[in-house]
Write a protein that binds this ligand. Sequence first.
Ligand code: NOJ
Length: 579
Amino acid sequence: MRRPLKTPGIVLILLLVLACSETPEPQAPAQPDREWWKEAIIYQLYPRSFKDTDGDGVGDLKGIIQELDYLQELGITAVWLNPIYASPNADNGYDVSDYRAIMSEFGTMEDFDRMLEGMHQRGIRLIMDIVVNHSSEEHPWFVASRSSRDNPYRDYYHWWPAEKGKPPYRYSLFDAAGDAWKYDSLTDAYYLHYFSSQQPDLKWENPKVRQEVYDIMRFWAEKGVDGFRLDAFQFAAKDTTYPEFPEGFEKDFIQYYAMQDGLHEYLKEMNREVLAPYQVMSVSEGAGRNFEDAHMLVDADREELDMAYAFDGVDIPKYGGYELDTMKSVFGRWDAQFAEKGWLSIFLSNHDQARMVSRWGNDSPEFRRASASLLNTFILTMRGTPYCYYGDELGMTNIDFDSISDYQDIAALNGYQKALSEGADMEAFMQQLNFSSRDNGRTPMQWTSGPQAGFTEGQPWLPVNANKDRINVAMQENDPESVLNHFKRLTRLRRENPALIYGDYALLDAGHPKIYAYTRTLGDERILVLLNFSAEVADFTLPSGMDQGEVLITNVSPVPVGMLPDTLLPWQAVVARLP
Ligand code: NOJ
């Protein structure tokens, strides 16, 4: 159990020393700003799809407990757990009806306590997803709020009385009509929901709402959780005069929704009330409208959040492909902006994306293994905290649904209705959905080649990918060349080499059309990373002196470890130590 720090100062220093000495492996050179969350390798775990132990087809906390040794063997050091709170599941837990209770499908609070204890025993920290831009429409606050205009909870949400006419248009990301105001006849008023109508937005301008949220966060911090990921939080502050936005604003809605006045004050208050006293790490979802916003969120001396989670990178691949050049420049720009101050997250996928290897790599049988390993190499050798999404350590792929009835995700289903009502080209819509739907990234974890991939003994909530016979943990554990074993080697490499954590990043041969090459340098330690982002053999010329590097890891055999090759095989990744 964690208690808030009453007196920073000496206690803080002691705790920091303790935290550093707990850090599993390498002795990084003295870093004035060492933090466990900079050194962490985060595994994002989607509990609904990880492991089911009671046969209801939905993953549960007991399933996570069963697989704690698996997590430890991966070499990850923290878990970001998607929401596990009580929820009617309109949006798979991102619609919370009780922030202090565990969703019954997932188990009990006792299971949670055991899971957390088991993680901590294995040196794994836990980051909880806090969903407080909105609640569920079934949350007692909203039930009370909508019951009458003078209910004490009325001002917990955004209401617009209908006698004032229709409210100024607001775009909703998930609504079938794209409209973020929903009319509620009970009190003849509209309420605001940036996501689905089952997810009414909380009114952060009301200080009581903010105190309620801090209390909830304290509840979990007291239990000993180590960090919070703030869902959609950049949208939390709103101009409650609800001004008209220019026509077509929805095409660039981030400019109007993100980082509105008040947000930084709320974050500073949250920091004072919870984050600092409990010493928990924090990461925001989304990094604002520009680099300046991103810095204002996470510059340490501003005392708001710890780590930025920017979308520019993960948004690059589109149906039809992407340019390596764009990837190099986007990741390079973010790195340069954060070279001196602030800290970034590095990820190529999450639960809101289709599978990494299908978007960024090549999921054909020929290249899936190599390209998935190459992408993991990228994530685990870049500067910034790596976030590895469950199943990507195996190279799990998109599932290839062909009918809308196969999809479960509210964004897909309501998006389909919207496209239909707008007379869109539905064939093109379905192709796009097949490539990019979030359900692709949420199919059950593939543990074995057995029935339902060993995920459940029942009927899984979302179908298991048919390729579970070829892609699963059991097979990969026994194959030294597997994506899984390569992933384990990479986590170890990162933990043992401080240059991969704190070292400067420098791009090499910027214009190379196939190879993404860079170095990571910390003091005398220099590591070279070469990634062939193509299905062809690619040559490269290294600056003089670098060709003497010693290969530490490669994903394609048979490169003799120790010698730096002068061509890379298709999707080959090489990490070498430079003299
Ligand atoms: C962002 C989450 O990552 C996503 O899964 C969710 O649907 C929305 N926020 C709404 O909570």
